[in-house]
Design a protein around this ligand. Structure first.
Ligand code: HAM
Length: 428
């Protein structure tokens, strides 16, 4: 007997959970519209080079977590499932010549991402992000606007105690010297470095600060900090980002070891955490400025910033605090009938009402009327439309299941009557 299961690290979003996602997506879309972002779609997979170049070859996401699609023999192109949306959005920005549009271009994507990660609570191989990008604005004001929008998402979603951690990781002017300092520091401690980190030291020393290895904690804590090595321009930029956040009343904490896991970042970097869960690799969201990425993917040098918020983790956080995430609306009416066999009339009347925009369920099982009404009450339908002999004269019985009243209504008026009831009621 076959027993199939969803692949490890993925999950079926059953209707209750899907409804929770839809609610979050609705909040994301509403915020995006209010802040002037336009929604778009990019493919679920791209040429592997988009991610390798964009995100960086020496990152966890590309090195270990990329879902590579086995190439078909007839073509030699190499593809991978998208581990995030930023690289794809920037690829699209360049491909469609969006640098000729009025700048900045504000784009948003909501959808699934794929990372071949070790599955655990809050870490999936397919997960959902709300991604927002502002391309063509060097900041610093827009940096604060982006962070403020992200924080507002958690407020509107009802996740309590979300903390904003921010840092500046410098730019092409000051980072190289800092990286040398960092490399020198970790080289002095090479003997204490785990194998993976020693290898990274050459390729990408910044990533050591973000190490998940507990053996690194003390070394990282004592490492030289980028905040002490910013050039004047980066320091002024960061100071202004903070001033704009202060002005909007966005509380934040400066986290000088925050470097983010992707290579494209420069200057502003930030993450959102539940208070008390900061060190646990369980960010609710994160983002930053990526002034070099457009050029790296073949466009004109264009500054940009954005974030991605993990919807799975937001839902988990809501569950943890016991927040009610969704209420699914029952049907306004159930179309029932005195003659169990007359499914034709029931389906026809239900179809008429649905064409008028009403949410109704047709009782299509050949059951006795009493059973049909019992089910309708149990599912909290407000009305039952009961079809009987009166249909010959063009009438049906409209039973208010909540009030327990019943009256004869011409079929021609039924949709209007129900629509009025649904407006003056919580249904609909
Ligand atoms: P990221 O930090 O890699 O950034 O991911 C953003 C968020 O996606 C994380 O904070 C987390 O909530 C969620 N997430 C990541 N991996 C998983 C997973 N395996 N399971 C569940 N949730 C996950 C980015 O993706 C950047 N593209 C953000 C960005 C946009 N930067 C600039 N623009």
């Amino acid at each position: 007997m076959p027993s199939y299961r969803a692949p490890r690290g993925t999950r079926d979003l059953l209707p209750e959970v899907r409804a929770g996602f839809s609610r979050l997506e609705g909040i994301a879309r509403s915020l995006a519209a209010r802040y002037g972002y336009r929604e778009m779609e990019i493919p679920l997979f791209e040429q592997t080079a988009v991610f390798e170049r964009g995100i960086g070859e020496a990152t966890d996401v590309v090195e270990k977590e990329l879902f590579r699609i086995a190439p078909r023999t007839e073509d030699s192109e190499s593809w991978a499932l998208r581990p995030e949306a930023t690289a794809g959005i920037v690829r699209a920005f360049v491909q469609h010549g969006m640098q000729t549009l009025p700048q900045p271009v504000k784009l948003t994507v909501v959808g699934p991402m794929f990372r071949y990660d070790r599955p655990q609570a809050g870490r999936y191989r397919q997960f959902w992000q709300w991604d927002a990008e502002v391309i063509g604005d060097p900041g610093p004001a827009v940096d604060a606007e982006v962070i403020e929008m992200g924080r507002r998402f958690y407020v509107e979603a009802g996740v309590p105690d979300v903390q904003v951690l921010i840092n500046s990781i410098g730019d092409a002017a000051c980072r190289p010297a800092y990286l040398e300092t960092l490399k020198a520091y970790f080289s002095r401690h090479a003997a204490e470095l785990p194998e993976l980190e020693r290898r990274r030291l050459e390729l990408n020393p910044l990533r050591l600060l973000d190490s998940k290895d507990p053996a690194m904690a003390a070394l990282v804590a004592a490492a030289p900090r980028i905040s002490d090595h910013l050039c004047e321009a980066c320091a002024a930029h960061f100071e202004s980002v903070r001033a704009h956040l202060d002005a909007c009343g966005v509380p934040y904490r400066i986290e000088s070891t925050l470097v983010r896991g992707l290579d494209y970042y420069a200057r502003t970097a930030f993450e959102f955490y539940r208070r008390g869960a900061e060190g646990q690799q369980q960010a609710l969201g994160g983002g930053g400025r990526y002034d070099g990425l457009v050029e790296l993917l073949g466009g004109r040098a264009t500054p940009a910033i954005g974030f991605a918020l993990g919807l799975d983790r937001v839902l988990l956080a809501l569950e943890e605090v016991g927040a009610e995430t969704v209420t699914e609306a029952p049907p306004l009416a159930v179309v029932a009938g005195a003659d169990p066999a007359d499914t034709v009339s029931r389906l026809r009347v239900a179809s008429l009402l649905r064409a008028e925009g009403l949410s109704v369920r047709a009782e299509l099982a050949p059951r006795k009327l009493g059973r049909q009404l019992e089910t309708a009450s149990k599912e909290h339908a407000h009305f039952a439309v009961i079809i009987g002999d009166e249909l010959a004269e063009g009438n049906v019985q409209l039973k208010d299941l909540e009030a327990g009243t019943q009256r004869l209504v011409p079929l021609a008026d039924l949709a209007r009557e129900l629509a009025r009831a649904s407006k003056s009621h919580h249904h609909g």
